[in-house]
Design a protein around this ligand. Structure first.
Ligand code: NDP
Length: 262
């Protein structure tokens, strides 16, 4: 085991959705471990500033790249640009995700394309763009961490409350957790590892508008009795990107306050 370390010094890590919420804290944690960070964002006006702030905070190179992960050609050209501007990429956190909360009877093809376009095709596009470069450059021990969700496995009970109606979101997370296993299997011979971070409820913009009664009910059903803070997602991701995780691939790792126990 000598020589194994949690340090990410010398690595460039791409983080999609790294400017906000969980992705922001994953970017900070990875920067704190010494990596340079390329943040991919969709359109937030402050993303460039946020990337610079993380760079200054941890004295690492950072840069924000605007790119819609659901567009394959845009993703391919963005990864080439990142490789040229920031040096060889060593890891990817495929974290960008969206939801549409609507009753199932009101959902339509546009909603499906939007949610699956980001949560499944977007994850695939970023993973594929990274893997193409790694295979071409014969990069070894590259690591992809996909942000899935505990909802890949369960539909939460809501008690007397109206449940969070997001069947496309939940099913897209089941799809992406399976995608992780397929990619891990296919790319293992190329030295590319693929795992998921599957969070429970986390306090971000995505959960900010949840009905307070539903939130209280859900929190009561979590063994740790609360939603997570985004920074509590970071340890597992740093581990999976590090040299300590060289035998970890195809895994779905739940960081959910114990919610899946019950
Ligand atoms: P937020 O809503 O806070 O942030 C979403 C991020 O994704 C933003 O950075 C956004 O960029 C980016 N993004 C969205 N669409 C695209 C796109 N088409 N192309 C590029 N970037 C895009 O999300 P969270 O931090 O809450 O969630 C992060 C991940 O964690 C998601 O995959 C989510 O499903 C998952 N998750 C979240 C949970 C929670 O309770 N919050 C629980 C379980 C999983 P921009 O700012 O430019 O719009």
């Amino acid at each position: 085991m000598s020589g194994f370390t949690l340090s990410l010094v010398g690595k460039t890590i791409v983080v999609s959705g790294g400017n906000r919420g969980i992705g922001y804290e994953l970017s900070r944690a990875v920067a704190k471990a010494g990596a340079s960070i390329a943040i991919i964002y969709r359109g937030s006006k402050d993303a460039v500033e946020i990337a610079e702030k993380i760079g200054k905070e941890f004295n690492v190179k950072t840069k924000a790249y605007q790119c819609d992960v659901s567009k394959q050609e845009q993703v391919d050209s963005t990864f080439k640009k990142i490789w040229d501007e920031m040096g060889p990429v060593g890891g990817l956190i495929a974290n960008a995700g969206v939801s549409v909360v609507k009753d199932a009877v009101d959902l339509n093809k546009e909603d499906f394309d939007y949610v699956y376009g980001v949560n499944v095709f977007g994850v695939f596009n970023t993973a594929r763009a990274a893997a193409k470069l790694w295979i071409a450059h014969k990069t070894q021990n590259a690591s992809i961490v996909i942000t899935s969700s505990m909802s890949s496995q369960i539909i939460n009970q809501a008690g007397e409350n109206k449940p969070l109606t997001q069947v496309f979101y939940n099913s897209s997370k089941a799809a992406v957790s399976n995608l992780c296993k397929g990619l891990a299997s296919e790319w293992a011979p190329h030295g590319i590892r693929v795992n998921t971070l599957s969070p429970g409820y986390v306090n971000t913009d995505q959960t900010a508008n949840m009905d307070p009664a539903l939130r209280a009910y859900q929190a009561a059903n979590i063994p740790l009795k609360r939603f997570a803070q985004p920074e509590e997602m970071a340890g597992q991701t740093v581990l999976l990107l590090s040299d300590y995780a060289t035998y970890m691939t195809g895994g779905e790792y739940f960081v959910d306050g114990g919610q899946l126990i019950w």
